[in-house]
Design a protein around this ligand. Sequence first.
Ligand SMILES: NC(=O)c1ccc[n+]([C@@H]2O[C@H](COP(=O)([O-])OP(=O)(O)OC[C@H]3O[C@@H](n4cnc5c(N)ncnc54)[C@H](OP(=O)(O)O)[C@@H]3O)[C@@H](O)[C@H]2O)c1
Length: 339
Amino acid sequence: MSDTGKIATAELGTGGPQVGVQGLGCMGISEFYGDTDEAAARDTLEAALDVGVTLFDTADIYGSGANETFLAPFVGAHRDEITLATKFAIERSDTDPNFRGVRNDPAYIRQAVEASLRRLGTDVIDLYYMHRRDPLVPFADSVGAMAELVKEGKVKQLGLSEVTGAELREAHAVHPIAALQSEWSLFSRDVEISAVPAAVELGVTLVPYSPLGRGFLTGAFADAAKELSEGDFRKHQPRFTGENAKTNAALLEPVHTIAAAHGATAAQIALAWVQQRAQVHGLTVVPIPGTRKRSRLLENTGATRLTLTEQELRSLEPIAGQVAGDRYPDMSSTAAARE
Ligand SMILES: NC(=O)c1ccc[n+]([C@@H]2O[C@H](COP(=O)([O-])OP(=O)(O)OC[C@H]3O[C@@H](n4cnc5c(N)ncnc54)[C@H](OP(=O)(O)O)[C@@H]3O)[C@@H](O)[C@H]2O)c1
């Protein structure tokens, strides 16, 4: 954090804009993590910008468009101060709330971008991601269609989410990819297999999602099935319930020890770890922890001032390998399924 009270900045993709070195994930405002106090969430957006968070992350799927609509007034008030990221590709159904389809075809992309622009109340999206990959649609078609949107001025930069290193290389050959958004945390390190080395090679910025393990790494809950409200997505994540959750909560002991030594919180240690792990790879990262609370936003951005020692990093190293249970109830559309 500089003397101005703002967090440091990082380049988003080679030659791209400078953004705050930590972004804000907005998904939880509209879905998946229980009820939201909307006034507090709006206040959190303003607090984020005040401390230099400039990358704001949403997707058309979050709340089936409601998250983009929620962000529109904030976008309107601060259009030139923020870098606005949204995503397409996950199709939902009006009749089955559990249905998820993946669409990467050009006609769908064209329709999705228009809908996102309309909901966000803007004429340009700064960073447009393909949320999930349909391996049956060639990148020449889907990334080609995304590149057309850049040409037309509807989108400034392109991103992908949950792709392998090989897929990142293939897409980058069609059009430069500025950012790869994938899960990366003390608990989830499969991205380091092939995507991270490819991102380093290509100058792609990594945007780690769920860097707090959806809240589990902070100690905010220990068993999703018992503690979280009905409808909370985490109740269905194998690693957060029952015996798995018990095993995984015990893995957090070194995180709490290190937090106590720094007078910090577990959340801050988890976020500092992502930044430092990226440095080991020589990679630029802009993690996007999600929160709807000003106090947590300030806590999380405070982590950008923390440096973990070599010994602390070593003690955190074995954690991911011992985590019980998958990241998703169905892993079929993740990059890990295609590694
Ligand atoms: N590309 C993808 O496929 C994908 C998938 C998932 C998420 N994402 C993006 O990544 C963003 C972040 O991921 P995420 O929201 O899933 O997980 P996360 O950032 O790991 O964790 C968010 C959860 O942690 C809680 N939290 C935040 N700061 C905390 C703190 N200091 N102490 C205690 N609890 C804290 C939040 O609750 P409160 O809100 O109540 O503070 C929320 O329940 C999302 O918002 C979304 O934009 C992308």
